[in-house]
Design a protein around this ligand. Sequence first.
Ligand SMILES: [Zn+2]
Length: 487
Amino acid sequence: MASKKLTEICLQRGIIYPDAEIYEEMSGFYDYGSIGTKILKKWKDEWRKFFLTKDNFHEVTTTNIMPEPVFRASGHLSHFMDPVVECSKCGNKERADQILEQELDENFEGKTPEELTKIIEEHNIKCSSCGGELKEVGNFNLMFSVDVGSNKQHKAYLRPETAQGPFTAFKREYRANRKQLPLGLAVIGRAYRNEINPRKQVLRTREFNQAELQIFFDKKHLNDRQAFPEIEFKVKPVDSKEQTATPQELVNSLNLPEKYIYWMAKEVKFMKKLGLEDIRFRELSDEEKSFYNKHHWDLEAFMPGFNDYEEIAAVHYRTNRDLKLHAEESGQNLTIASGDYYPHVIEVTFGIDRNVYALLDNALQSEDDRTWLSLDPLVAPYDAAVFPLIQKKSLPKKAKRVKKMLEKKGFSVTYDPKDSIGRRYARTDEIGVPFAITIDFDTLEDDSVTIRERDSTKQIREDIKDLPKILRQLKHRKKLEEVGKVI
Ligand SMILES: [Zn+2]
């Protein structure tokens, strides 16, 4: 179960809520509200800044609907299936591996329908809604199909991952970018999966946001020495116990290419930058791995609301499989001219909604009757709030001027003149605004304001003209005590 308090805040404060909720619920679809969209945008901005500043790494914008041959080639048409079992009495359809997981408390992901049918029979598992007999386990393709054209000339699908766009566009982008490798092609966009059982808030939905980076490179550089970031992180290999190590130590202890470990380390660094600390990489077993991967490790974040680690990103070594299969299916030559070979691909992939949710879930704090989101300033919906102490004299006018001045300097600022100052603090605390600036009667005398920090509720008093400098320092994690005198 998701945290009840967080769900409440998400609904009431315009962060995340079910789509079209004035109608009967169609589960697995969520909207980001006015505040949620600001957080989402900041996350994407940070992702772009972090991953797309390398030479020859670019963002492309590809379509959501792609023709059937793309997915015949990629393997999604035949492999992108979940095992589904139907009740012979009430017709209820459920994911076979999930019923078994609930009943037997073991992981059955990746088992074939035949294996699952056998286990259901052995343990005499019944329909979870009516207790009726279950039929044989079948396969259910997770892609949404679309008929294109008035005469349904083309069979197409909503993309189940953003990755295929960069693969089909590879040759053109390779030429457009002066035929150089490595070439990074990123897509930030939506993907669609017709999940049998959407659940866990935005962790498993039918329409979701992904940020995926496909890195095309010459295989001979797979084990080149890498300039690893100085960092250590937890890893859980399939066949040994959890360990904490630096990237260099992992080169020696895990049987993984250096380039692959480099991108694991980069993902960890990005998460830590945004304030997620309790994370680990988990290796997937051969049964769990996606069908297109040679190496597949998920990055999991601990989520207090679920009291468990949940997958939020991954690094995939897709080899040259996708390009080779697209070349065969399309009849086009997708090798690169100079070497007459297919580049290999490492995919750096993020479920954006899961990342945003992990940040919110880990940020949720309460103390007595106070609740707040301790979001890192980099992903907070606003950099600061500006309040006139009361709606009298020229306080509101002065406050609006301060807001304008800060916005001109590039800060995002919210303004609120209504209610008591305490209630206004409470409201911005709940959406994670890290600093609140209050204009009071002293301000009219000496042009100074109070700056209140969300987490500690401590305050300093500073000149208006120093606000941009101070906010910038605070945003980059300077402590309140370091920039001013606490009052
Ligand atoms: Zn039933």
